[in-house]
Design a protein around this ligand. Structure first.
Ligand code: ATP
Ligand code: MG
Length: 420
């Protein structure tokens, strides 16, 4: 199915990449050639170049020694950070873009879900180990063929037909994270799954259980970091992918609305902990603990999920009439900020929303003017009593009973007088 006519993308490379990056890529091709090796741009950058989408994360593959090439590139051309990983790959990075360089390789899988066994190979093997045809194209960077598209598996046709297609029948069995990847690309690009691929995806759903919780967490995070995570999550729900993360998770209109709401109020893009908290909002606390354990969520994220649910049970008190700002503060100040935002987004009560907003935008920033050392000067010894006094002062300040340092001092004196 691959087309025979060659397509040259040299001009596109020049016009779509920042000049320094385009120069670097071209120089890399020349250096590789001097070493008698062929170099290629591969994967997402090729796909996005053909689609006209910006992508400054470049993956280069060399039929030869990647580390050597990266060192040479750094020496001749560049002095940016370069890290070598144990997989024999290297990264050249600036604050705006990054280039990964790897040795062309072929992969075999000892068992479903295992990490692959890697051996050096030719570019065609390297492309064949990839997830989808649209991600399995390469652009030649050797000077003699600079810019030529290498499309061995019909990626260009599938881009035009907007299809997500795996390269072989065992693809999802070998690596079921590709199921999540298929969902993400389909929804990000507004593509559809090619029917055979869709059938195999459904057949191989059970293979998701061969993937470690850590890797599933990574896939879920990537889905949540998409520009419109609700699309990927909804599709994952439809296909029965999401219930494999936890049977209680639902991807419905409610959740889609909440993700959109979070986007409007959170810094761009919303933190993953917030999206996860919304996803987990309708689980019970036991179910949240199962999710935390399975995905091995980091401590702070796990705490956000727990806080979100415990705050959810407190929302009734926030909805009471006449509740004073000091009480709102006392109720909320031990909760993780993302848990407060999650409830703000999730609640259907405008009164609760108003109070959560008041807390986040104003109350949580209020401080007393007097500090512990001021109280010490007034004769109070550090300890529980001092803590209580500071808390009472803050409460008075939040409730507008005092406004300045003088007022605080008078109040403390009154309390001390009352005691003495
Ligand atoms: P994105 O824009 O999401 O980063 P990308 O195509 O660059 O898209 P990466 O996850 O950065 O995706 O991976 C780079 C390339 O590596 C992919 O294009 C694909 O060719 C290959 N790849 C990544 N993960 C897998 C996988 N699980 N199985 C097979 N190939 C993969
Ligand atoms: Mg990428």
């Amino acid at each position: 199915m691959a087309r025979t006519a060659t397509l040259n993308l040299a001009d596109k490379l020049k016009s779509h990449l920042p000049p320094e990056l385009a120069d670097l890529v071209q120089a890399a091709g020349e250096i590789a050639q001097r070493q008698g090796e062929n170099l290629y741009l591969v994967g997402g950058a090729v796909r996005d170049l053909l689609l006209g989408r910006t992508n400054l994360d470049l993956d280069l593959v060399v039929e030869g020694d990647a580390i050597n090439l990266a060192n040479e590139l750094t020496r001749v051309f560049w002095s940016k950070t370069i890290t070598h990983t144990r997989f024999g790959t290297a990264k050249v990075q600036s604050d705006k873009w990054s280039i990964d360089i790897a040795t062309a390789r072929s992969e075999t899988y000892a068992r479903p879900g295992a990490l692959p066994t890697v051996t050096p190979g030719a570019i065609k093997d390297d492309l064949f180990r990839r997830d989808f045809t649209i991600n399995a194209m390469a652009i030649e960077l050797s000077p003699a063929r600079y810019g030529q598209l290498l499309d061995l598996y019909g990626g260009r046709d599938d881009l035009e037909r907007k299809l997500i297609r795996i390269l072989h029948e065992r693809s999802f069995i070998d690596d079921a994270t590709r199921i999540w990847r298929a969902v993400r690309y389909e929804q990000r690009l507004d593509f559809t799954m090619e029917p055979v691929t869709l059938g195999l995806l459904k057949r191989d759903l059970g293979c998701l259980d061969t993937i470690s919780g850590d890797r599933i967490r990574h896939e879920l995070e990537l889905a949540l970091k998409e520009e419109y995570p609700e699309k990927a999550i909804r599709r994952a729900g439809e296909l029965g992918v999401l219930v494999r993360v936890h049977p209680g998770l639902k991807a419905d209109d409610w959740l889609a609305g909440k993700f959109a709401h979070a986007r409007r109020i959170a810094p761009e893009p919303p933190p993953v902990a917030l999206s996860l908290a919304l996803l987990a909002y309708r689980l019970t606390i036991e179910e949240v603990e199962q999710l935390v354990a399975y995905l091995r969520l980091p401590k702070t994220v796990a705490q956000t999920l727990r806080d979100t649910l415990s705050l959810k049970t407190e929302l009734k008190s926030l909805a009471k009439s006449g509740i004073r700002p000091g009480a709102v503060y006392a109720l909320l100040h031990d909760f993780a900020p993302a848990a407060i935002t999650a409830n703000l987004v999730a609640t259907d009560s405008s009164l609760v929303r108003e109070r959560l907003n008041l807390y986040s935008s104003k109350l949580r920033h209020v401080r007393t003017t007097l500090t512990g050392s001021d109280l010490r000067k007034m004769g109070i010894t550090p300890g529980i009593r001092m803590k209580e006094l500071l808390a009472r002062l803050l409460d008075a300040r939040l409730n507008g009973k005092i406004k300045d340092r003088r007022g605080e001092e008078q109040l403390v004196k009154k309390w001390l007088g009352g005691r003495g």
